[in-house]
Ligand binder design. Structure first.
Ligand code: GRF
Length: 210
């Protein structure tokens, strides 16, 4: 059984592509049935179309958050979606939508949660002087960047890193763990995420002299 899954984006869509690519395998427990953007200008939309995935755009356009989310919820239900993956979706969701999709909505965040929730995670990690940074896939809860952790990957912070170089290193791992996390959740292995969480450390090789 392949669970119909929607991906919500606002921008570039590289994590979306990683999920689409993983779900191209007929043995993957989720099929990507819809890509939904809240921005008509999101570059990821064209990538989804090119990949043959149905797309929808629901901009807020001055609507209340409740109306906007009711429209999103409506299309997800009409499309018989079972799981939702937030992938660079740049809106904070209200309890209304979070509760309706409880345990069926995932998010990827570019830090090792609970460290650095919110924005500008790479610059904040550098400013804090952490030596390990990374990314997290978690179930969405009412608190921002909170909720049961499904998968994490760690990368080293190198001495001459900039937010951009660090972001690139983390993004490579995002593309690896988001499909893994969706596979766990859609395949039923993450029914109790606390017990089944996968801690994935790619054991990256430090550069000579670092
Ligand atoms: C990723 O870094 C993700 O962790 C964060 O937003 C970024 C989206 O990138 N939530 P992309 O659109 O998937 O390329």
């Amino acid at each position: 059984m392949r669970h119909r899954t929607a991906i919500l984006i606002s921008g570039r869509g590289s994590n979306m592509l990683a999920l689409i690519s993983a779900a191209a395998d007929p043995a993957f427990p989720a099929e990507i049935a819809l890509v939904l953007s809240n921005r008509v200008s999101a570059p990821g939309l064209a990538l989804a179309v090119k990949a043959g995935i149905p797309t929808a755009i629901i901009e807020r356009n001055g609507a209340t958050r409740e109306c906007h989310e009711a429209a999103i919820d409506g299309i997800l239900r009409r499309q018989e979606i079972a799981f939702v993956c937030l992938a660079g979706y740049m809106r904070v969701l209200s309890p209304f939508l979070v509760q309706r999709w409880e345990r069926r909505m995932l998010n990827i965040h570019p830090s090792l949660l609970p460290a650095f929730p919110g924005l500008d995670t790479h610059a904040r990690a550098l400013a804090a002087g952490v030596k390990l940074h990374g990314c997290t896939v978690h179930l969405v809860s009412e608190e921002l960047d909170d909720g049961p952790i499904i998968a994490q990957a760690a990368v080293p912070v190198l001495p001459d890193d900039t937010p951009e170089t660090l972001a690139t290193r983390v993004l490579t791992q995002e593309h690896r763990i988001y499909p893994l996390a969706l596979r766990l959740v859609a395949g039923g292995s993450a029914a109790h995420p606390g017990a089944d969480a996968a801690l994935l450390n790619p054991l990256p090789t430090a550069r000579p002299g670092s």
